[in-house]
Structures are given as C-alpha cells and as structure tokens.
Design a protein around this ligand. Structure first.
Ligand code: ATP
Ligand code: MG
Length: 569
C-alpha cells in the first residue's frame, strides 16, 4: 500500500477528547475515528489489525471444535422476556421499534438467540457436546463510554456457547477453552491472567475473567509472580504482614485529649505511633441489620465485597448524618466503652489480634484512648478475613510478596448451567429414553477491546509498537531525500516485497525526513526500512525494528532473506 493512497492519515495532534493512550494513539495514527461517545469507525489500517485479532481468535476457537456461525443483532423483544433479562439488563439494552410497532432489542449478548437456535437444530443427545461461536458486533448502552475502544457502546465481541449433557463434560470443556484463551492473548503479544470473578451481590464461583496487566486498566488485580496466579482485588486473599506485638506488655488504659482530624494518618501523627497501632472502626449500614462496626488495623482497609459475602447482605458505609443520629461521634468511634444508648454490634478483621496497646477514639469529641487491648478493654465476638489485600502482603501458597496491578479484562468465561436451556425448554432425550437437562457454557472476548489493550500494553512516547502477529503491515518503507535514484530503488524494493506477499506500507510522500520518521514511529509497524543516498552508497538500506532502539544497514541483496528471517521469528 502506498501511503499517499491510504485512507486514514496521521494527525499532528490527538483529538482533545482522547481520554486514554489507545484513543490518542489509534486516532492520531489513523487507525480509528470516533463517531460519537463509545462508537468508532475502523479505518483500513484499524480494520486490518482487528481482522488479525479476529483470525487468531477464530483459529483458537476452531482448535477447541468451535463451529463459526453468525447471528442477528436485531432481536425480537420476546426472547428477552423469556429469560427475564429485558428487566435485569434494562440499564444497558438499546431498544427500538420496527414496522407495525414491533419491539426489538439490539443484542448486547446472544444467549437469547443461540439457545433456541440450537434447541431447534439439535435432534439427538449424540450431537452433544458442541460449541458454536461468532465474531460480531454488540450493543450496550454503557453509562460511561470511556477509555477509547476499551469500553464502547457498539463494540466487537467473539462469543462462544457450548452445550453438554453433563456438568462434568462442561467442566472439562471449560478448561480447554481456558487454555485456548491464554493462547489467544499470548499470540496477541499480551501477558494474561485468569482470575476468579469477583464476588459481590452476584457472587458465584462459576466464572473467570482474563486480565491483561497495563496501567490503563479499570480493574485492580493482585498478582503472585512466583505462582503466576492473580486474584481480583475485591476478594483477594493473602497473608497480612506487619508487626507481631503479642509479647508486648499491656499498659494501663488512658483517656487523653485529641485535637485531630479524622484520618488515621493524623491520628498516628498526634500520638506518635505507627498507623498499624491505630484501631480503626468503619461503620456500615447493613440491610435488615442496621449499623455494624468493623474493627481493623489502621494501616489496612476493609474489603466491602468480602464483608458483603460474609454477611450475605447488601451494605454501604454509614453516612455522617446516620452516625450522628445514632449518637456516634464521627472520627472517634471505637468498640471501647461505647455508651449504652449508642452501642452497635462489632466484627473484626484478624489483623487486630497481633497488636498491643492500640490507640483509638473514646466515643467522645476530641478524646482518644491509648493503650487499648483486645480482651481486656473491648470484646469482639466475630473475627473474619475482611482485609483488602495490597502490595506487600504475602501469597497464601508460597509466601512471596504479592503485587497490586492495574489490569484490563479482555475475556470472560461462564458456566451457565441450565439457566438458559431451561428458560427455552432445550432438553434432549438421553440413551435411556428420559429427558435430559442440557448444560451450557459461554465464553466472550472483546475483539475491539483487545485491539485497544494491545496499544495500551505496547507503546512508547513516540507511538504504537505492534506485535508482528497483529500489525497492519510488516514493513514500513520510506525514503529520505527526493532523489531519482533513491526513488527508483525504493520503488524496486516496494514492488519486490509486495510480489513476495509481504505486507508493506510505502511512505511515498514528498515530506521531510522528520515527518516521515515520526509518522513511522507513531504508526508502529514492526520493521522500518529507510532508503537514502547514503545507504545506497553502500548498496544497502537502513533496517530498524520498531521495538528496538538500534538501527543497522543491510545490503539490498540480503534484504529478502533477512526479512523472511525476521517474519518467521
Ligand atoms: P465489563 O465488566 O468490562 O463491563 P462484562 O463483564 O460486561 O465486561 P461480558 O459481558 O462478559 O463483559 O463480555 C465479554 C467481553 O466483552 C469482556 O470480557 C470484554 O472484553 C468485552 N466487553 C464487554 N463490554 C464491553 C464494552 N462496553 N466495550 C468493549 N468491550 C466490551
Ligand atoms: Mg459490562
């Protein structure tokens, strides 16, 4: 492709509303262009990258016996009523009316189409297990479309659905797909982690997310490099590190004046103690229970998801107004000598059991207790793991330090069981003549999100660095100096590589070397070749790999073999 003909040129500046690295670089380099919030055009180079990502996914899904099909995006509303998701997914569903006032939904996912489709096309238990997938567009009215192509309102997804006669068979297939997912992300040049889905109100153990480490991620994950495992921050487990003061002598309880702010930091400073010596109280408003105090070491935070899972109730931090109404003194609440009329139940995180002579509020304005000791000065009936794990905690399995990282969820796999097959009455007569439940799994990868994730994970201050596997072109050829001989040689190289089937972009513009070199870095094609008078004087071209800092000269006669070598590695 000659650059002068290419649709989708580089821009001098990123659009002012580009809110992320991928939005900035993909737009500036001419891969995508925003139509509206969360809605993107893919220009020819963007489409090439997206196709390569899709081809990798297609290849890996075919290897796990997925059969590719293609389902409609426009869904009659009735199928969404059958599963009840017309209500539960109401916030993200795009709804529209057709002729005759018929109601439709623009598909955000395809369980509602694939289940009746397979019900009507599978006749015998002998056909199972089977798995079908598509590479298609999804619509979700995301409240906040952000981070460029990472969270769109219209976006690409590979969605695969598998059907099984037993749960064991689903379990086995789920593992195979898991492996295929790792292969997909690895082939896209990404390091991915599998993570048990976070808990919260919809907690179950039947889904996993695949996450890629990058600073742009919306999620925080806790990684053990040694075990090569990752957990979702909200439910991560790990060994708390910190002082063990069990042997410290218990000093006499004292109430002291404390003119301070509410933060642990100010508290520790005022009393000249480490933050771990502060007995922190966090008060929650719990559904059907009312107020509940949680005691935790001052330098640690409560994981609300762990707390919700433990109580099996929804909750939120109690508002200052509610605390006041209950007679609790904000910033000075503690389980020590609570006045009878404002007493609340307390639970505690294990972290408080190792500390002696705590400092904590005295349930009065600007008064603290010092030398507070568990058992002697206050009682806690219920201890559990409520701590939000952070960098420095130790892995429960291998004791090496855990690291907190930002990550992007690129894929998600679920064991759906019979939720959808029951809803659509998809059962099969088994060998023994009785009707059998059909078990289902579903497996998604955000294809457009994956394109954005590659950019987030692989770029520098000058632009994108495409891995060879998904690069729009393999070679970026440019000339320096508008010289007949230089142009002639560049043309010859271009034509010869093109004839060999090598994907090559030839910057044939009469632009300054500075502009061309800068654009090459921005676009990020793996190999840059420069032809100039100087290189020709040595019968060579300059060879520079985008991901490396050094360049070298290669003899034109060696170019073909060098390139073949480069491409096959
Ligand atoms: P998220 O928590 O990021 O909203 P999700 O749990 O809603 O994701 P799924 O319904 O499991 O996602 O969809 C499968 C995959 O589709 C996700 O892993 C992600 O890669 C991609 N995806 C989901 N929502 C979007 C979106 N709005 N824009 C781009 N990709 C998306
Ligand atoms: Mg979502």
């Amino acid at each position: 492709m000659k650059y002068s003909n290419l649709v989708g040129k580089t821009r001098l500046d990123a659009p002012s509303d580009a809110d992320s690295v991928n939005a900035r670089l993909l737009t500036q380099a001419g891969f995508v262009e925003k139509l509206a919030a969360g809605i993107y055009n893919y220009l020819p180079m963007g489409k090439k990258v997206l196709d390569k990502v899709c081809d990798i996914i297609r290849d890996e899904m075919n290897k796990v016996d997925g059969q590719e099909l293609f389902m409609p995006i426009l869904h009659p509303v009735s199928i969404w009523e059958t599963t009840g998701r017309i209500k539960t997914m109401d916030d993200v569903l795009y709804k529209t009316k057709g002729a005759g006032d018929k109601d439709f939904v623009l598909g955000p996912s395809h369980e509602e189409t694939v289940t009746p489709l397979l019900r009507d096309n599978v006749n015998s238990y002998k056909d199972l297990p089977l798995s079908v997938y598509q590479l298609a567009t999804k619509f979700r009215d995301e409240p906040r479309a952000k981070s460029g192509v990472l969270r769109g309102r219209e976006f690409g997804m590979k969605d695969m659905y598998s059907f099984h006669l037993t749960e064991e068979d689903l379990d086995e297939y789920y593992e195979r797909v898991s492996e295929a997912y790792f292969n997909v992300f690895k082939r896209c040049g990404l390091k991915s982690h599998i993570i048990e889905a976070s808990g919260g109100a919809f907690s179950d153990k039947f889904s996993h997310e695949f996450s890629v480490e990058t600073p742009a991620g919306e999620d925080t994950i806790i990684v053990c490099e040694k075990c090569n495992t990752a957990q979702n921050l909200e439910i991560a487990e790990g060994k708390i590190v910190g002082p063990d003061e069990k042997e410290e002598e218990e000093r006499a309880l004292e109430m002291v004046e404390a003119k301070r702010g509410f933060s642990v930091e100010e508290n520790a400073k005022l009393h000249s103690v480490p933050e771990s010596k502060i007995l922190k109280s966090v008060v929650y408003e719990v559904e059907e229970v009312g107020l509940l105090g949680v005691a935790i070491r001052g330098d640690l935070n409560v994981s609300e998801v762990k707390l919700e899972n433990y109580l099996k109730k929804q909750l939120r931090p109690a508002s200052p107004e509610l605390l006041k109404k209950h007679g609790l003194v904000q910033g000075f609440i503690s389980p020590v000598n609570m006045p009878e009329e404002s007493k609340i139940p307390y639970i505690a995180d294990h972290s408080i059991t190792n500390i002696k002579n705590f400092v904590t509020g005295a349930n009065q304005p600007e008064m603290d207790y010092v030398n507070v000791n568990l058992g002697r000065d206050f009682q806690i009936d219920d201890f559990t793991d409520l701590v939000e794990v952070k960098s420095g905690f130790e892995c429960n399995k291998c004791s090496s330090p855990l690291t907190e990282m930002k990550a992007i969820e690129v894929g998600n796999i679920f064991k759906l069981g019979s939720r959808y097959t029951d809803a659509f009455k998809f059962k099969l007569t088994g060998k023994d003549g009785t009707l059998k439940t059909v078990y289902m799994g579903c497996y998604g990868i955000g294809t457009t999100r994956l394109v954005g994730t590659v950019v987030e994970a692989s770029h520098d201050e000058n632009g994108i660095i495409w891995p060879k596997s998904v690069a729009p072109y393999m070679v970026h050829l440019l000339t320096i100096g508008n010289d007949d001989n230089v142009n002639k040689h560049a043309d010859e190289i271009y034509n010869s590589l093109k004839e060999q089937g090598i994907e090559i972009l030839f910057d044939d513009r009469d632009e300054s070397p500075g502009v061309k070199l800068k654009d090459a870095d921005l676009i990020g094609i793996p190999l840059r070749l420069v032809v100039s008078k100087r290189t020709l004087s040595e019968n060579s071209v300059e060879w520079k790999v985008r991901a490396e800092s050094d360049s070298k000269n290669i003899r034109i006669s060696d170019l073909d073999t060098e390139i073949q070598d480069f491409l096959s590695n």
